[in-house]
Design a binder for this molecule. Structure first.
Ligand code: APR
Length: 334
C-alpha cells in the first residue's frame, strides 16, 4: 500500500481509478484533481461564482466515499480543482485531457488529432508534478499516448524507470478478449502481446499469442486471427463509435491499475508498456510500447521479443508514426 497516490483528471477514467484505488486499498490517501467544471469568463459574474464553487473531483470523491462502508474501505480521498493536493504523492496517474468523441456524422478523430489541445494540458500537468511531487512515479494514460508520455519526459526529465505510459496492457487485453471469445475459452487461458505505438498501426504479435501455452493457430484459423488483429488495432475507435459521448474508460482504467499494482506490490510483472527505449529494438530516445518488467523500481527492465521479419517491419511502421507525432511535440514545445 502506498501512502498517497494522485489521479490527475477526474473524468471518466479518473473516476474509475479513484473508485478502484479505494476498493483495492492501493494507498492510504488518493488525491484527485480536476479543474472542471470550467469557468467561462464570458458568463455573468453570478454564474461564474456558482461554477467556481462546483467541483467534479469533489463531487466524485463524496459519491465514492459514501460507498466506503459497503466495500469496507477506510482509504481517504483528497479532491479539488487545484494541483496542490498532489503534494506527497508517491505515484501519479495522468488522465488529464480530452478524449476522442464521435462527431454528429459518426466519424471521430484519430488519437493524434488530440495532440494540440492535450499538449497544452500536459504542460500544465508536468508543471504541477514538478512543483508538488517531483519524485513521484508517473503513469500516463492521456492520448495521443506515446507523445504525451514523451512530453512529460521532456518537461520533467525524470529517471527513465520513473515514467511509463499505459496502452500496451489495454491493447493486449483487447486482443486476449477477442481471441478468448472466438475460441470459446476462458480469458485466463489467453496470453497476448501488442507492441508499438498506441495507434491504428499497433502490432498484435501473433507468434506471442498462446492459449493455455499452445500456439493460438491451433485453435483459430488464419482468417479469424487476421480479423481479430484488425479489430484489436481499431478497438478503441469501435468503442468511441458506440458510446457517442467519449472513449473507453473502464478497460483503460483497469489496465493502468494492473500496472500500478505491479509497481506498488513489487510484483515484477512483465506487461506491455510505453517505455523509453535507448537502443532496444534499434529504437533511440522514443517512448514505444514494449514488454517491460514492472516492480517497486518502476520500469525495471525492457524485454526484447524475438520478432519475425513481418513483425519487425510492422513495428518499424508503427514507430515511424510515433516519431512523427513526437517531432510535432518538439516543434510545439519550442
Ligand atoms: N488538469 C487536470 N485535469 C484536466 C485538465 C488539466 N489541465 N484539463 C482537463 N482536465 C480534465 C477534464 O476536466 C476531464 O474531467 O481531464 C478529464 C478528462 O476526463 P474525460 O473528459 O472524461 O476523458 P477520459 O475518458 O477520462 O479520458 C482521459 O485518457 O484515454 C485517454 O483519450 C483519452 O486523453 C483522454 C484521457
Amino acid at each position: 500500500m502506498l501512502k498517497k497516490i494522485g489521479i490527475i483528471g477526474g473524468g471518466y477514467i479518473g473516476g474509475v481509478l479513484v473508485q478502484e484505488v479505494v476498493r483495492r486499498r492501493l494507498a492510504r490517501v488518493v488525491a484527485v484533481t480536476d479543474p472542471a467544471p470550467f469557468v467561462n469568463p464570458n458568463d455573468p459574474q453570478d454564474k461564474q461564482d456558482v461554477t467556481r464553487k462546483q467541483s467534479v473531483a469533489k463531487g466524485k470523491a463524496l459519491d465514492i466515499l459514501a460507498g466506503n462502508p459497503l466495500v469496507s474501505s477506510d482509504v481517504r480521498i483528497e479532491a479539488g480543482r487545484d494541483y496542490d493536493i498532489l503534494a506527497g504523492c508517491e505515484m501519479v496517474i495522468n488522465t488529464a485531457g480530452v478524449p476522442r468523441k464521435a462527431r454528429p456524422d459518426g466519424t471521430f478523430p484519430s488519437r493524434e488529432e488530440l495532440l494540440s489541445i492535450n499538449l497544452k494540458v500536459t504542460v500544465q500537468v508536468a508543471d504541477a508534478i514538478a512543483k508538488f511531487c517531483k519524485d513521484a512515479m508517473v503513469l500516463s494514460i492521456a492520448n495521443p499516448l506515446d507523445a504525451i508520455v514523451y512530453t512529460l519526459y521532456k518537461k520533467l526529465n525524470p529517471p527513465k524507470n520513473k515514467i511509463v505510459g499505459m496502452a500496451g496492457v489495454l491493447d493486449s487485453t483487447r486482443y486476449r478478449y477477442f481471441v478468448a471469445e472466438a475460441a470459446g475459452v476462458s480469458v485466463d487461458n489467453v496470453e497476448a502481446l501488442v507492441l508499438g505505438g498506441h495507434g491504428d498501426d499497433m502490432v498484435p504479435v501473433r507468434s506471442c499469442c498462446r492459449i493455455a501455452g499452445m500456439p493460438v493457430e491451433k485453435f483459430l484459423s488464419k482468417d479469424k486471427l487476421d480479423a481479430i488483429e484488425t479489430r484489436t488495432r481499431k478497438a478503441g475507435g469501435e468503442v468511441v463509435g458506440l458510446l457517442g459521448f467519449g472513449s473507453a474508460f473502464v478497460s483503460p482504467a483497469f489496465s493502468a491499475l494492473e500496472m500500478a499494482e505491479a509497481m506498488i506490490f513489487d510484483r515484477k510483472k512483465i506487461l506491455a508498456s510505453c517505455a523509453l527505449l535507448q537502443g532496444e529494438y534499434g529504437i533511440n530516445n522514443l517512448f514505444v510500447g514494449v514488454p517491460v518488467m514492472l516492480g517497486a523500481g518502476g520500469v525495471e527492465k525492457v524485454i526484447e521479443v524475438d520478432l519475425n521479419d513481418a513483425e519487425k517491419a510492422a513495428l518499424a511502421k508503427s514507430v515511424e508514426g510515433v516519431k512523427k507525432t513526437c517531432a510535432e511535440v518538439d516543434t510545439m514545445l519550442k
